[in-house]
Write a protein that binds this ligand. Structure first.
Ligand SMILES: [Zn+2]
Length: 163
């Protein structure tokens, strides 16, 4: 817990973290790196159609910061698309707006960030078993494929929770 970094909040992790133009060998490709925060700003603004103010609020950041992330993210995507570069989406400093949990009976549910911080769940809300675990690794499926290199609060939260 050394960096007093203000964390952006994201509600979504892309399931695919790497895009490349067809027909170009990977080693010949240039790559642009899109952060999870930039991807989230673009998702909120361009896919969900939120105003910048709303997007900034959802990400727990100021509007100028949101606008910068949006602009740099769009610029990178345009660069990749028009100049034939690959896009790698990778971690920065963020925390998830939700955590998913699972009980041993297979029920899954989401816990909002605020609740996680104040009262992490102890029981499954469906069957009341105490045998529950966070599904962080599932949410980070692409981490397992070696494409995700964030060292972010998500990890810390997870450890805190387990510990
Ligand atoms: Zn259950």
């Amino acid at each position: 817990m050394s960096r007093p970094l203000k964390c952006r909040r994201v509600a979504f992790l892309p399931s695919v973290a790497y895009f490349k133009p067809a027909g170009i060998p990977l080693r010949a490709l240039e790559e642009v790196r899109l952060s999870v925060e930039e991807a989230e700003a673009i998702r909120l603004k361009d896919l969900e159609g939120l105003e910048q103010e709303e997007g900034a609020e959802k990400m727990n950041i100021s509007r100028p910061t949101f606008q910068r992330g949006l602009a740099s993210g769009r610029q990178k995507i345009a660069d990749a698309l028009l100049n034939g570069k690959a896009i790698r989406i990778e971690g920065g400093s963020f925390e998830m707006a939700f955590s998913r949990f699972k009980c041993l009976n297979g029920h899954e549910w989401e816990v909002p960030f605020e609740v996680m911080m104040s009262t992490p769940p102890q029981l499954c809300p469906t069957c009341n078993t105490a045998s529950i675990e966070p599904l962080l690794s599932a949410g980070f499926g692409w981490k397992g494929r070696g494409r995700y290199r964030g060292r972010q609060r998500m990890q810390q939260n997870s450890n805190d929770y387990m510990g």
